[in-house]
Design a protein around this ligand. Sequence first.
Ligand code: ADP
Ligand code: ZN
Ligand code: ZN
Length: 743
Amino acid sequence: MGETVSFAEVIVDLSSRNTDRVFHYAIPPDYRDKIAVGSMVTVPFGNRHLTGYVVGFGIPPGEVRIKEIAGVIDEGPVFTPELLELARWMAENYLCSTAEAFARILSPRLQVKASRRADVLVYPALAGAEMEKALSLLGRSPKQLAVLQKAAGCPGLTKSELAAAAMTSSKTVDALLKKGLLKVSAVMPAYLQDAPGDMIKTGSLTLNQDQEAALREISASLDRGRFDVFLLHGITGSGKTEVYLRAIAAALETGRQAVALVPEISLTPQMVELFRGRFGGQVAVLHSALSGGERYQEWRRVKEGQASVVLGTRSAVFAPCPRPGLFIIDEEHEPSYKQDDHMRYHAREIALKRAQLAGAVVVLGSATPSLESFSRAVSGGPYKLLKLPRRVDERPLPRVRVIDLRQEIREGNRGIFSRPLLYALNGCLERGGQAILFLNRRGYSTVVVCRECGLVLKCPRCDISLTYHLEGRLRCHYCNHLAVLPGLCPGCGSRYIRHFGAGTQKVEEEARKIFPKARIVRMDSDSTAQKGSHQKILDAFRDGLYDILIGTQMIAKGLDLPGVTLVGVINADTALHMPDFRAAERTFQLLTQVAGRAGRGGLPGEVLIQTYSPEHYSISAAAAHDYEGFYRSEMAVRRVLGYPPFSHLARLLFTHEDEEEVRKGAEKSKELLDRLVSGRNCRVEILGPAPAPLSKIKGHFRWQLVLKGRRRENIKEIIREGLAELERDRRFKVAVNVDINPQ
Ligand code: ADP
Ligand code: ZN
Ligand code: ZN
């Protein structure tokens, strides 16, 4: 390839800097075949070795002494040309360095040491009649039988997934591996590839007309191999997942790969089972709970084209598919798609950009689309709207009643449960039905308040309200600071300081008192701290071992619990009163999702929403299952206040250990930005500075500036210039973090 190939242009990861510089390194002869554009290397830099990314080849200018590349990480390039381009776009759009973008795309960091090939997926070692025989011989060991049946039905689960699916421990799986009835492999063994089994069964549903129509449009775009975006607006229980699965099959048929993203909470073993049941060993699962080694294995399988279906959470959007043809984002409105520290990317935005670069199709799915997405899918917007307005099998949507808690108080009921909810619970239990009681946020209303002076007890380090737990203990949910409930108010000495309102524990306590015979279980991050216990509780509830499930939003999303006929929302206002312009949208989304949990089986469902603001449109529209009504009301509000989607926001977050320093830093930045704005005469508004909603975290004070403007370009330019100027200022010691369109 000639002399030019002896020098590589390398972007070195200098994690401290905001800017990029390309450095030249000589390529030692041994590495000449191994290094390509997109390779990850280690290079000497100063007296250290750092990570670098090869972005090109060329002759170094001038007579600087050129050092040699010290090592190559991974075989071949770690970035496809599309991902290299994506990194440049991220640097430009999230105002970070390309090196940072590279690191984020590979995040979780490529596990250098994990390059040993370990086979991770479990398959039955037999098929057909031999399998039948093996199963019949296992009669006396029900656990092993269950595992083998699962493995036959869903070939290609990992060991722990298989154990969980068969409700046993991985010891049972090991026993079967030892007996030779199961085997591990990286890809589906040939003898299973045309074995029918459950794999066909799960794919044999007949689509209804709406699903059929949606699939037809998506498939047509896939066949054309063109960048297209669909918004699949389907009510809860309308069968969106089946459309995703068929669309993935269609993408595979065109010889390309598919990436499906789900929110963290939806990535359950059932979801994995569903995908593996349909696509077997072609599925790679990527999420943050995997160990570094496992993650690397899956990453390699994707990169080498062995796994053409990726199922994962947020960061799986960076999956290194050689030729991605389809990106699916389920529950596209979920805030968990936004990365919340360092580089604050949004997985939806990344998927859209990748699809544009690769000529792929994007399917955004939701029962309650974000206003940003829905507004692009109506009135001639660039997205195509696909609707699934009915539940499968014409199951009715549950009846929703709004209960005015003010009325209850006026009539002397100060309890957690309104009388209509008590009545409904009673009826539900008598009929042998199951109920879910939902409280928006764990601990949100277990703040400790002095009823005399109104003082709220807060964490001394984080400025977050402390939460009351059993045994008089208080806890900060950010830094885990623990305190003891004081006997007297530290502000006024009153005795009337107590935890106020209801948390999930309190709801559980009350429910047990009122319904002593009911079998009650609570699910929140306290009761599910142990890995896997979340799933155990849900399985037991689904199997009918409990009558009432009490929980936080953890139980609101994506669960299919056919026995549930009653859903009670203890207090809808907790979401409504958050300090966020999306509070109404979040309230509507939460209520819709919670309501969607009722009546998914054969029985009709009922939903009761308790609130002090029954007239608020987010609550009345959710009760009427009226997304479009909510959309119109909320768009009117956003238009008047100039919030997204009518504008773009950016947040500059300033942090420092010294409060005075942060305040001064934020004020100085405000002056600087104001000057830049008036100099350019562009329409960008700068709000603040103000202490951030969480004004102190782990000993660091936080202030913020919010920029608001119609054009994202303008905001970015102002920030870019402002940051450059601050970086040149040696006296400016405050850390600044940029968040474009914060969630
Ligand atoms: P959504 O994600 O839209 O809330 P799901 O995809 O969870 O809905 O579907 C709800 C249930 O309906 C699932 O149990 C699914 O297997 C089933 N289902 C989906 N499509 C069909 C169909 N065409 N016929 C019968 N059942 C279906
Ligand atoms: Zn007091
Ligand atoms: Zn704290």
